[in-house]
Ligand binder design. Structure first.
Ligand SMILES: Nc1ncnc2c1ncn2[C@@H]1O[C@H](COP(=O)(O)OP(=O)(O)OC[C@H]2O[C@@H]([n+]3cccc(C(=O)O)c3)[C@H](O)[C@@H]2O)[C@@H](O)[C@H]1O
Ligand SMILES: Nc1ncnc2c1ncn2[C@@H]1O[C@H](COP(=O)(O)OP(=O)(O)OP(=O)(O)O)[C@@H](O)[C@H]1O
Ligand SMILES: NC(=O)CC[C@H](N)C(=O)O
Length: 535
């Protein structure tokens, strides 16, 4: 499919009279391929597909495209330039990223310093640092010293909030050091937990943006290059798509993440338990925007503790989104489970066991529907809940994908408000206030016992999220958080809950990475860990 997409892009470039069509890092195999790229048969197939692509794209523009290269017992993250039916140049990535979500030292051999190259059609001598190569000054400097006249950087740069500002800073530093214009070409799409947000741009030799593509949307941009008045080459200014604020980017990341995870796994439909609360309402909105309301089944699973307000709110969300709403009561199965366990639990006061049974019955019933209708179950725990383990394992944690996994609860409210006030062409759901304001404004409750409120068990979300963000994203010590004005006992409690729930997160569904410390590759903690910070 990726080779077909490359051929289509190449054909569009040929029809437009381009000299070169450039595609991002590891375009042919997808990025990141993790250990799959260490399987010799996989690389053999990828290189065969690359050779076929070279032959098919013989008569027209050069094609620059990323893909693995196995050579003399070594494996490289390479960028290939195919031209005239042949592999004309291969650039082997020199700097292998090995922090946060990257493990390229585990996978690849670092390539030698690359050299500039030219196309047979003429034009500038290009220098192409491959992604991380452009995050260090040396590769661009060597390319400039070797005669490069323009930097064309293919990237597989994953999204996290405000990443674009960092990319611009890095790219501008390379422009300032070399005096060369730079084209920053990024991948688009979801791969497992990671989102590649595109937003490719071109900088002139002064570091000003002269063209930019929209984030999270695949597309082709035609750039013309011309000889500069004072020598060298320049990029003819093109269109600059607006780059939205962080909350919109996060929402778009959740939508594209779900759409691609589903589509690339072979699913077209989802279902979820819709409680009338804010988390499942936001998941329903994201799902409707990703797949269309007709592909989203919402299910209300009321118990004796479900309030009339919750029922009305769930109905309101489904109706406003245009999604189907089914109802399956859990009181019958709950009575059956209580009766089955009665001999063993006789004399014990009801508590967390009974609360979790309700959550698990919902998981069981929802998975039965998933099995029957081929709809993937979405789970709805936000980052605050995932951080402290406030969710029932094998209960509401059942599900294949969790759109909110990296979104703190306070941001869940903000995302709902943003979606209610905005509609974009990439949303497949209706242009409307899709979440009734009461769903956002009422106090959060798991409704697993009479008059239950999240705040009975957890600090208020403003406090909890602030502490979590300091502990997780900020890597702060307990002493630093207390010095910032937080109550020590509360910080210690949150710290304990955070470390104590590592095993639960290990068993949790994947979800889109939005922050610098998403629970998966960014933050790998031991499950068995008795260390606590006594500062
Ligand atoms: N280290 C470890 N490694 C592997 N397994 C471990 C373990 N520690 C406990 N366990 C197992 O896990 C069990 C405890 O976990 P679990 O059964 O989940 O139960 P638990 O974490 O005790 O309770 C779930 C909490 O989430 C709340 N909740 C539930 C549902 C929805 C919401 C919401 O608002 O969204 C909140 C609920 O009110 C309760 O406070 C133990 O009985 C044991 O079997
Ligand atoms: N009555 C219900 N009907 C359908 N699904 C439910 C019901 N109660 C809980 N769920 C499912 O379990 C998830 C966790 O629910 P719960 O209400 O316990 O916590 P929450 O984190 O406050 O979520 P929400 O804000 O969606 O209510 C919900 O998001 C929903 O998917
Ligand atoms: N694929 C890469 O080499 C990515 C490197 C770089 N740190 C980024 O996140 O954009």
């Amino acid at each position: 499919a990726n080779a077909a997409k490359a051929r289509a892009a190449w054909a569009a470039g040929r029809d437009a009279g381009a000299d070169m069509v450039a595609l991002p890092e590891m375009f042919l195999t997808g990025y990141q391929t993790q250990d799959l790229v260490m399987k010799p048969a996989f690389v053999r197939d990828a290189m065969a597909a690359m050779a076929a692509l070279a032959a098919e794209c013989a008569d027209g523009p050069a094609l620059g495209i990323g893909g693995p290269l196995a050579e003399a017992g070594a494996l490289f993250n390479a960028w290939w330039i195919l031209e005239g039916g042949q592999v004309r140049h291969v650039l082997r990535k020199h700097h292998l990223p090995n922090s946060d979500v990257f493990d390229e030292c585990r996978l690849f051999t670092p390539g030698p310093m690359p050299a500039p190259y030219a196309l047979s059609a003429g034009g500038p001598r290009f220098g192409s640092p491959v992604c991380e190569d452009a995050w260090h000054p040396d590769v661009a400097a060597v390319l400039r010293d070797g005669g490069a006249e323009l930097l064309l950087v293919p990237n597989g740069s994953p999204y996290r909030r405000d990443k674009l500002a960092l990319r611009l800073e890095v790219a501008r530093a390379r422009v300032a050091e070399t005096g060369l214009p730079l084209i920053y070409l990024n991948a688009v799409g979801g791969q497992d937990d990671q989102l590649f947000d595109g937003a490719s741009f071109a900088l002139d030799a002064q570091g000003r943006i002269v063209a930019q593509m929209a984030p999270f949307e695949e597309g082709l941009m035609h750039l013309d290059l011309r000889a500069g008045a004072s020598g060298g080459w320049e990029i003819v200014p093109g269109t600059c798509a607006p780059q939205p604020e962080a909350i919109e980017q996060d929402y778009h990341a959740m939508v594209l993440g779900l759409r691609d995870y589903l589509g690339k796994s072979g699913f077209g439909k989802v279902l979820l338990g819709l409680s009338g609360g804010v988390d499942s309402a936001l998941v329903a909105a994201v799902a409707a925007d990703a797949l269309g309301p007709e592909a989203v089944r919402c299910v209300l699973l009321p118990s004796a503790y479900t309030s009339p307000t919750s029922r009305a709110d769930a109905e309101g969300v489904a109706a406003r989104l245009g999604c189907r709403l089914d109802e399956v009561g859990i009181e019958g199965p709950r009575a059956a489970v209580t009766e089955a366990l009665a001999p063993l639990l006789a004399g014990r006061a009801p508590g967390i066991t009974e609360e979790n049974i309700q959550s698990r019955l919902r998981g069981l019933l929802l998975m039965a529907l998933s099995n029957s209708f081929g709809e993937m179950l979405l789970t709805t725990g936000n980052k605050s809940e995932m951080a402290v383990g406030y969710a029932t394992i094998y209960g509401d944690m059942s599900g294949g994908y969790n759109p909110l996994k990296d979104l703190y609860k306070t941001r869940v409210f903000a995302a709902c408000r943003w979606r209610n006030a905005h509609h974009r062409p990439w949303m497949m759901g209706p242009a409307a206030e899709v979440i009734p304001p009461r769903v956002i404004d009422k106090p959060p409750s798991a409704e697993l016992r009479e008059n239950q409120r999240d705040e009975d068990s957890l600090p208020p979300y403003e406090v909890l999220d602030a502490i979590l963000e300091r502990l997780i994203e900020g890597d702060q010590s307990v002493a630093e958080i207390v010095a910032a004005g937080f109550d020590r006992a509360t910080v210690k409690r949150v710290e304990g809950l955070l470390y104590g729930a590592e095993w639960k997160r290990y068993q949790s569904a994947p979800g889109p990475r939005l922050t610098t410390r998403a629970f998966w590759l960014d933050r790998r903690y031991p499950m068995v860990n008795r260390w606590r910070d006594d500062s």
